[in-house]
Design a binder for this molecule. Structure first.
Ligand code: AGP
Length: 583
């Protein structure tokens, strides 16, 4: 997820866009750049957050009244100055910024290289500038060149393009990644999101999929890419304040990020399968395999361990701060899989550094591009979830699971892709889940039970609930209760049970019956109700292995609403930081 902004009007474009980029940093911040037309196209770009790069490059030295700009969340191509946007064609007369993933960029790049095009970056985005150049060279107008170029692209993209030969317009294209026009008086804005222009205009036109817009300072024309017919512009009034706009209307980043998961799951599944297969092969060949992670990422690793075991591959999960217990076992025949949303968790960084000193090969599964963990790992698999602002990890967890499923069980890819629709179905149960939150809001203790892959699910559910509602919560295997914790169950204690109709169903139910006999208040989640439950939330059927992804929506929303009911701010829970960068 990146932030893009274009401006055309009578103000200094660089000043307007610099301010807009700051408002879009929540969409990505590993590098930033802008291009402005003033007799010719000039650009400045570099790695780092907006203000850091601006301190170095002084964007406002760029003169001119039309420009495009970009703040990046790296997907294809590392975090480098050359990979920063904007990207030019060979002539310097065409410049673009892009948000999304161009799946067929390698073949397009090869074709363009054979036509003599030279590339400066290893991003997917740069091919678009050269495609536009190719069609301009064939005598097409700027508009037709953009249309023909986009016709060759596969994947998702929000694109802005400028051409020095027709500098009175910005052309924008939307396919899957968002774009919205801010309608001004004698000026217009085009951005990934409303916060970028809200201080200038509350009139917005949200581009639909397959829309292409031609934007001048006085006019906006929108066409459908498929029919080529002009569309009626639907101007909407935006009543959000800037802070609400950054959450696209959600009251908290955490809720926004929970609702992003159908999209971010699809993004996480957009992987180079060859790379995943190579990683799995290295894991298979190693004498020892250690997952190392903390918190939510550790729970994801526990699911990864079980998935590998189903393929006959042994591994161990190690809590990052406890790595010293096994470090003497780590050698040059060891593979470490480090999982981290931020890529900056101090305990994990130290564990990885020590593992590498012992000769281990380190693969990391990360959300944050350009992170420390990326730099010290032998290879990195990104989950492409975009910045996760809420302290409680949500979309990163499902993104990590998606990568682990895809790596261990690539045969599930089709079901995983359709699963994003089932996550949408689960999100529609928000009201039912909020009612369950009302039942547990005053509890002192809550327990989560699950078996197999839903044991780590239960642990993650407990972490989510306690870290933002401050209710003590514990997750455990459904068969473990009778070995001690059952002593704590008394009348009315809420016990939540993940009970899909899989191979563990009957054992899970017998664990629930032990609770029932002691007066516990049983809330069940599964695809088939059982009379042991006092409350039951039915979930859509899926493959037995994939229920953790379905259940995750439940406990994330449950935790969120319990936190709200207890008067907490779910985005900023007490005592906690988003990334624990100190030991
Ligand atoms: C998750 O909700 C917590 N905020 C926390 O446990 C987090 O998962 C942990 O600190 C690890 O962070 P990382 O994934 O960025 O390494």
């Amino acid at each position: 997820m990146c932030g893009i902004i274009g401006y055309i009007g009578s103000k200094k474009a660089s000043s307007v866009m610099l301010d807009s980029l700051r408002k879009l940093e929540y969409r990505g911040y590993d590098s930033v750049g802008m291009a402005v037309f003033d007799k010719e196209l000039r650009a400045r770009k570099g790695i780092g957050r907006v203000d850091l790069v601006n301190d170095r490059l002084d964007f406002q030295e760029l003169k001119g009244n039309v420009g495009i700009a970009h703040t990046r969340w790296a997907t294809h191509g590392g975090v480098t100055d050359d990979n920063s946007h904007p990207h030019f064609d060979c002539t310097g007369k065409v410049v673009i910024v892009h948000n999304g993933i161009i799946e067929n960029f390698l073949e397009l790049k090869d074709q363009l290289k054979r036509l003599g095009h030279g590339f400066k970056s290893d991003t997917d985005s740069e091919v678009v500038a050269h495609l536009i150049e190719k069609y301009l060279d064939l005598g097409n107008t700027f508009y037709d060149s953009v249309i023909k170029s986009v016709g060759e692209l596969k994947g998702s993209f929000a694109l802005l393009a400028l051409y020095a030969g027709e500098p009175d317009k910005i052309i924008a294209v939307r396919k899957d990644s968002p774009l919205v026009i801010g309608v001004g008086e004698g000026e217009n804005f085009i951005a990934s999101d409303v916060p970028a222009f809200l201080k200038h205009s509350r009139k917005a036109v949200f581009l639909k999929n397959h829309d292409v817009a031609v934007i001048t300072k006085d006019a906006i024309s929108i066409y459908n890419l498929e029919t080529c017919r002009e569309e009626v512009k639907q101007i909407q009034r935006i009543d959000w304040n800037v802070e609400q706009a950054e959450k696209t209307g959600f009251p908290h980043f955490m809720l926004k990020e929970i609702f992003e998961q159908p999209t971010t799951l699809r993004q996480a599944l957009n992987q180079n399968m060859q790379k995943l297969n190579n990683t799995l092969r290295e894991i298979k060949q190693a004498r020892r395999v250690y997952f190392i992670a903390a918190g939510t990422s550790y729970h994801a690793s526990m699911i990864g361990k079980q998935l590998l075991a189903r393929k006959g591959i042994g591994s161990e999960c190690v809590i990052a701060s406890e790595y010293k217990n096994i470090i003497n076992m780590v050698d040059d025949d060891t593979v470490v899989v480090a999982i981290s949303q931020s890529g900056e968790t101090a305990d994990l960084i130290e564990a990885v550094r020590e593992s590498k000193k012992n000769g281990a090969k380190v693969f990391s599964i990360i959300n944050g591009p350009g992170s420390t963990l990326t730099r010290i790992s032998d290879d990195t698999i990104y989950i492409y979830a975009g910045p996760e602002i809420g302290v409680a990890s949500t979309k990163a967890f499902t993104g990590q699971l998606a990568v682990l499923y895809l790596m261990a069980m690539p045969e599930l890819k089709d079901e995983l892709i359709t699963l994003s629709n089932k996550l949408e179905e689960m999100l529609k149960k928000e009201g039912l889940i909020r009612r369950i939150a009302e039942k547990i809001r005053n509890a002192n203790d809550v327990y989560f039970l699950g078996k197999g892959l839903n044991y780590p699910t239960a642990l993650e559910a407990a972490l989510k609930l306690k870290e933002i509602s401050y209710i003590h919560a514990e997750g455990m295997p459904a068969g473990e209760l009778k070995h001690g914790t059952l002593a704590l169950i008394e009348k009315g204690v809420p016990v939540m049970v993940f009970a899909p109709k899989n191979e563990f169903f009957h054992e899970t139910i017998s664990g629930a019956q032990e609770v029932k006999a002691r007066g516990g208040y049983l809330i069940g989640f599964g695809d088939e109700k059982h009379e042991v439950f006092d409350e039951f939330l039915k979930v859509p059927k899926t493959l037995p292995e994939l229920y953790p992804l379905i259940f995750t929506i439940i406990f994330q929303l449950l935790s969120y609403y319990t936190s709200i009911l207890r008067g907490n701010n779910p985005d900023f829970p007490r005592n906690l930081a988003k990334s624990v960068t100190v030991k």
